[in-house]
Design a protein around this ligand. Structure first.
Ligand code: FAD
Length: 349
């Protein structure tokens, strides 16, 4: 049994930053994630896309943000159980015990659920033989855009992901074709205009309204048939990338007796993002409260508030005061120290 102060379910940006905020208050964390690497959506869905709304970073690649978070939390030596899904919740005395699908047990006084969309799955097209080509030409996310160099790529979808990746891959792939079942796209107007311009310059193709009909190829995908205004059109395709969004899966957390609202975990946002069970908090994309914004910076803020409440549960009777890191410095559990620079502090006279 692994013992810690806070067991954090989900190693996305919110879960990672929780380790830092907990560390400042002297609490240790153990992270569990179903994925085999940390970073959540940033690593899994869009590592090479720039993010523009992280405070103080005018632009940062999602993958680089994860690297920075990992560097920031390193002094607080979190434990990691990766590639395992938190499945069961039980109690042993005052501690919660989380058991994963592979049988790993982690016990802690506090549970921080930073599970994003739950165990999300890509929404898949309804088409025959999908499973035959899933490892051989069909991708639901783009991890390394360079994989598509010199390839015929068909992107299917009408939202921001489909539009953004069409723009990115049109610079890399041999040919990109964007297909969508409607004539209108849901994504940003600016992206639609850029794509239309590239189409006019013969850089890429757009086919609408188009419906996926058939996947062709010997083991490896070679082409797809689509129906366009009742005619079947064949498109040579090395990679088909359906980008229809993600299906949130909240089943695990539902089974723990946690209240769900709008397919997310309902929390007390007036106080500390605690769920209906004392000691179990939900932070980041996984929670719901009126006015919730599913943004990385919301997760960071919620992690800080939550950790101050967790301190009282982990250290009953002890008081903690908010200390600026400029004043307190950082004392890592690994022995590293970042001292405040007194000489640089201006004092009032
Ligand atoms: C294409 C795209 C672009 C985006 N651009 C921006 C942007 O520009 N700015 C911005 O602020 N936000 C952006 N977002 C949203 C942002 O990525 C999310 O708000 C952020 O990832 C939420 O972080 P999180 O840590 O709460 O959840 P996630 O990143 O979703 O991480 C949750 C983790 O929990 C794990 N997990 C879930 N359930 C379990 C379980 N039972 N056991 C173990 N592990 C579990 C998952 O595997 C996952 O790794 C974008 C999202 C997408 C898809």
């Amino acid at each position: 049994m692994i013992k810690t102060d806070i067991v954090v379910i989900g190693a996305g940006p919110t879960g990672l930053f929780t380790v830092f905020e907990a560390g400042l208050l002297g609490m240790r964390c153990h992270l569990i994630d179903s994925l085999t690497k940390p970073g959540g959506q940033c690593s899994e869905i869009y590592p090479n896309k720039p993010i523009y709304d992280i405070p103080a970073y005018p632009e940062i690649l999602a993958g680089d943000l994860v690297e920075k978070l990992l560097e920031q939390i390193k002094p607080f030596s979190p434990g990691y159980t990766l590639g395992e899904t938190a499945e069961k919740l039980s109690k042993s005395g005052d501690d919660f015990v989380i058991t994963t699908d592979k049988g790993t047990k982690v016990s802690a006084k506090v549970v921080a659920i930073a599970g994003g969309l739950g165990n999300f799955e890509p929404r898949k097209p309804n088409i025959e033989d999908l499973n035959v080509y899933e490892e051989n030409g069909i991708n639901y996310s783009i991890v390394d855009p360079n994989k598509y160099k010199g390839k015929n790529v068909v992107i299917s979808g009408g939202g921001d992901s489909a539009l953004d990746w069409t723009l990115v891959l049109s610079k890399i792939a041999k040919k990109v074709t964007l297909i969508h079942r409607r004539n209108q796209f849901r994504g940003a107007v600016d992206s639609v205009n850029k794509i239309q311009k590239l189409k006019d310059q013969n850089v890429l193709d757009i086919i609408t309204p188009a419906i996926l009909k058939k996947l062709n190829g010997q083991k490896q995908l070679e082409s797809i048939d689509i129906s366009v205004e009742n005619e079947i059109v064949n498109i040579p395709t090395d990679y088909l990338i359906p980008l229809y969004g993600l299906v949130p899966k909240m089943d695990v957390f539902k089974s723990w007796g946690l209240e769900i609202e709008k397919n997310a975990l309902k929390v007390n946002n007036a106080l500390d993002y605690q769920t209906n069970k004392e000691g179990i908090f939900a932070i980041g994309d996984i929670n719901y409260y009126p006015g919730k914004l599913k943004l990385i910076l919301s997760g960071f803020h919620e992690a800080a508030i939550m950790c101050h409440s967790a301190f009282k549960i982990v250290n009953p009777g002890k008081k903690n005061f908010l200390k600026y890191t400029t004043v307190s410095g950082i004392s890592g559990f690994d022995g590293t120290k970042k001292e405040p620079k007194k000489s640089q502090v201006n004092s009032f006279k």
